[in-house]
Design a protein around this ligand. Structure first.
Ligand SMILES: [Zn+2]
Length: 238
């Protein structure tokens, strides 16, 4: 298995690891990873790895078998041999944009408290789709409320509950299209805001900024119709 270093510390920009194995397709399975594997609407991270006598650009990362994570080399390149010690480094600018966008989408799901039916995170633009038969808030309201939540600089923290606790509290799950990350009987919850009544609390396996002010300025796009009962809201930086 691959230890998900990005989950305990989303701010790790570099770390060492050992190559557990190479896949038949030319992917690299490390024993630990700072690269987030594509999932939950968040793209896999890019960057580079180096080892004794070699270097290889990493185009992305995907989930492998079980708890494995696979680094995908950018091009046909020499790969480190199994067992080799590697040094990983992230394309941090890109990842940090994903972290800011991802956290902004949590806040969007607070401003628009409707079931989330889909979503995608990008370095420039991100979106959530909502089960929203009628428009409940105009764009100006969403823009203002989102801006306030960002400016209030709420802390973003994680905690873990058991699968049984989640099953007893199904209301925690807002995103219908993405099942919460399960494994070893534990579920990771991401909390925005301190105290007994958090701004947001939901299962999530993604990477987030430490506090909402770090998201920076966000623009809400127009609300688009996507089918009879679905509406899409997009966010861009700026
Ligand atoms: Zn999240």
């Amino acid at each position: 298995m691959t230890e998900a270093l990005f989950r305990a510390d989303a701010y790790l920009k570099s770390a060492s690891a050992r190559v557990a194995r190479l896949t038949p397709e030319g992917g690299i399975v490390p024993d630990r990873s700072i690269f987030y594997a594509k999932g939950g609407g968040q793209p896999g991270d890019s960057g580079a790895i180096t080892w004794d006598g070699g270097r290889c650009e990493i185009a992305g990362a995907v989930k492998g078998e079980g708890e494995e994570l696979i680094l995908v080399p950018a091009e046909e390149a020499a790969l480190p041999p199994p067992g080799a010690e590697i040094e990983m480094s992230l394309d941090w600018e890109r990842r940090h944009r994903f972290m800011r966008m991802h956290t902004a989408l949590h806040l969007l799901s607070v401003v628009v408290p409707l079931p989330v039916t889909g979503g995608q995170i990008g370095a420039e633009k991100s979106r959530l789709d909502f089960g929203m038969p009628e428009v409940i808030h105009e764009r100006d309201f969403i823009q203002a409320r989102l801006g306030t939540l960002i400016a209030e600089d709420h802390p973003v923290t994680e905690e873990w509950i058991t699968e049984a606790e989640l099953d007893a509290n199904p209301g925690l799950v807002k995103t219908l299209s993405v099942q919460p990350p399960r494994g070893a009987g534990r579920i990771r919850l991401v909390r925005i805001g301190a105290g007994d009544s958090p701004v947001d609390l939901q299962p999530c396996g993604g990477t987030h900024v430490r506090s909402t002010a770090e998201i920076g300025a966000i623009q809400v796009g127009k609300i688009e119709n996507k089918g009879r009962s679905n509406r899409r809201i997009s966010l861009t930086f700026g």
